[in-house]
Design a protein around this ligand. Structure first.
Ligand SMILES: Cc1ncc(COP(=O)(O)O)c(C=O)c1O
Length: 359
C-alpha cells in the first residue's frame, strides 16, 4: 500500500528516522552512564515503548494514569511525573502501586498524603522524588530548605521510599544555554548539598528534556534523563537546534482541498490535527511546515482547515495533492489521533494504535 491511499489527515512516522532517534538517545545515555526513562506522552504507544526498552530504556515516565496503565504491560518500572492529587487519580495510582514498582514526583504534603493512602492498598513501597523548581516556574519546591523539609516528611512515612529529586528544565532552550545551565547547576548543587547535609543524599537525580537532552552530561549530579519529544522530534525541536530537520520522524499527511484564494492553499489538517501551539524558543510564525518545502508553512487554522502560506514559494499545489506537515509540537498531534502509520518513503509498512491517548 502507498501513502496516497491513506485517509487524511493522519500521522505518518518515518521508520528509519524513528529508529535512528531511539538509538541515538540510548547511545548517548549509555555513553554518559545516565538512566534512560523516556517520557511516553510523545508516542503513547506500546509499539514505540517496546522499541525504547529494547534499545536500553530502564522504564518509562508517564504523565497520566492512563499512560501508566498501558505501559505497565511492558515494564513494571514506571515513574509518574505528575502530582497524584484528586480522588480519581489517587485511586488509579493506588491500583498502579499494587502492580508496579511505582515512583512518583511530587512537591506538597497533600500529594504525600494521597500517596500514603495509595501505598496502604498493598504492593511494594512507592518511590518518591521531590520535585524541584529550577527555573521553569510550573511545579516544584523553590528552595533547598523546602526540599529538605519535604524529603524528611516523605522519609518518615511507612509505605513510601524517599529516592531523591527531579526537575524539568523546559525553560532552557535556544540561545543562552550555557548561562542557563550554570544557574541550574548552581541551584541543583545547593539542593543536593542541603539534602546530603541533612543525611538524605539523593540516589536519583532525574531531569532532562529534549531541548537540554544533549547537554545532560553537563548537569552535575544528574543520574537519569526523561526525554519525550526526541523520539519523533518536531518543528520546535529543529528550530531551536536540538535536532536536525532530517531527524523529524513524524509528519501529518494532509490533502490540499482548496486553492480558490490566491496566495494560499487549504489542507484538511487544522487544529484538530496539528494542535494550536506556537513555537517556543524561536521567532518563527505558523503552526507547522511542509517536510519537502520548508518555505511553506501553516499560517492559520480552523478546526478542519489549515492555510498554507505560499508567498515565499513558487510551488502551486493542485487540489487533491498530498503534503506532509512537520507539526510545531508533535506530542499534541499524537494525542489527537487513534493510530499512526509507519512508512518508508511512500510505502506503508505498519500501523499501530495510539494506545494511551485519552485520560
Ligand atoms: C515532567 C516532564 N519530564 C519530561 C518531559 C519530556 O520533555 P521533552 O518532551 O522536552 O523531552 C516532560 C514534558 O512535558 C515533562 O513534563
Amino acid at each position: 500500500m502507498q501513502t496516497d491511499s491513506l485517509p487524511t489527515p493522519i500521522p505518518l512516522v518515518d521508520l528509519d528516522r524513528l529508529d535512528a532517534n531511539i538509538t541515538r538517545v540510548a547511545d548517548y545515555a549509555a555513553a554518559h552512564a545516565l538512566t534512560l526513562r523516556p517520557h511516553v506522552k510523545t508516542h503513547k504507544s506500546l509499539r514505540i515503548g517496546r522499541a525504547q526498552l529494547d534499545a536500553g530504556a530502564t522504564g518509562f515516565t508517564c504523565a497520566t494514569p492512563r499512560e501508566a496503565e498501558v505501559m505497565r504491560t511492558l515494564t513494571d518500572d514506571i515513574l509518574l511525573a505528575y502530582p497524584p492529587v484528586g480522588h480519581a487519580r489517587a485511586a488509579r495510582v493506588a491500583e498502579l502501586a499494587r502492580h508496579t514498582r511505582l515512583r512518583v514526583m511530587l512537591d506538597s504534603r497533600e500529594a504525600v498524603n494521597a500517596l500514603i493512602a495509595a501505598a496502604a492498598g498493598g504492593g511494594g513501597p512507592i518511590g518518591v522524588l521531590v520535585e524541584l523548581d529550577l527555573g521553569m516556574g510550573r511545579v516544584g519546591v523553590g528552595t533547598p530548605a523546602e526540599a529538605v523539609t519535604l524529603a524528611r516528611h516523605v522519609a518518615e512515612q511507612p509505605g513510601l521510599e524517599y529516592l531523591g529529586v527531579a526537575f524539568y528544565p523546559r525553560h532552557i532552550r535556544g540561545p543562552g544555554v550555557d548561562d542557563a545551565l550554570a544557574v541550574l547547576n548552581r541551584d541543583l548543587g545547593s539542593t543536593i548539598d542541603a539534602l546530603t547535609r541533612a543525611g538524605m543524599p539523593p540516589i536519583v537525580v532525574s531531569g532532562g528534556s529534549t531541548p537540554t537532552l544533549w547537554d545532560s552530561h553537563r548537569i552535575t549530579g544528574l543520574t537519569e534523563i526523561r526525554p519525550g519529544t526526541s523520539v519523533y522530534n518536531d518543528r520546535t525541536t529543529a528550530e531551536i537546534g536540538a535536532c536536525g530537520w532530517d531527524d523529524c520522524a513524524l509528519t501529518v499527511l494532509a490533502t490540499v482541498v482548496s486553492t480558490a484564494v490566491p496566495g494560499q492553499a487549504i489542507v484538511d489538517a487544522g487544529t484538530k490535527a496539528l494542535g494550536r501551539e506556537p513555537i517556543r524558543g524561536a521567532d518563527v510564525p505558523g503552526f507547522g511546515v511542509l517536510l519537502d518545502r520548508p518555505e511553506v508553512y501553516v499560517r492559520a487554522m480552523s478546526e478542519e482547515h489549515g492555510t498554507l502560506e505560499l508567498s515565499q514559494s513558487s510551488w502551486r499545489p493542485t487540489i487533491g495533492e498530498q503534503v506532509r506537515i512537520i507539526p510545531n509540537h508533535v506530542c499534541i498531534v499524537t494525542h489527537l489521533f487513534d493510530e499512526a502509520v509507519g512508512v518508508r518513503r511512500h510505502d506503508v509498512i505498519e500501523r499501530w494504535p495510539i494506545d494511551a491517548r485519552g485520560r
